[in-house]
Design a protein around this ligand. Structure first.
Ligand SMILES: [Zn+2]
Length: 136
């Protein structure tokens, strides 16, 4: 916190000295800002797998009944990367099926949806459309 006395003392300094102090403060702010951006990007551009701790940019949806059997309880509330999901399923001699897979990158996104899921989506959309028409 800067006091009024400190501000007055700063204003009495020669202009070159004031500029040097301000440039130093700007550098400090910039590095602090860069740190925040890095942290935020880490969160925004991936999530850590709770099993192998890899930064993963894929997300997916598997049916709850598969998730409950394949993924041990201690990992269920976190993110499990596809590699680990597949290894866990293999250990249990189980098969898994992702209904949709998303990739969220820094410069691009893609969503791959299973046909069944797309069908369910379209049925839901149709119901919504019909509901909307009936209400009108
Ligand atoms: Zn993993």
């Amino acid at each position: 916190m800067t006091t009024l006395e400190e501000k007055k003392a700063f204003l009495k300094l020669p202009i070159e000295e004031r500029r040097a102090i301000m440039a130093e403060q700007a550098d400090e702010l910039k590095s602090h800002y860069d740190e925040i951006m890095e942290e935020e990007q880490g969160i925004e551009y991936g999530q850590r797998c709770t099993v192998c701790n890899t930064l993963d940019r894929f997300n997916y949806f598997v049916p709850d009944e598969q998730w409950a059997i394949i993924v041990p309880e201690e990992y269920r509330n976190g993110h499990v990367c596809l590699n680990c999901l597949d290894d866990l399923a293999d250990e249990k001699d189980m098969f898994w099926e992702a209904l949709s897979i998303y990739f969220a990158g820094k410069r691009g996104n893609v969503c791959v949806t299973d046909e069944k899921m797309a069908f369910m989506d379209s049925v839901d959309n149709l119901k919504t459309a019909l509901h909307y028409l009936i209400l009108r």
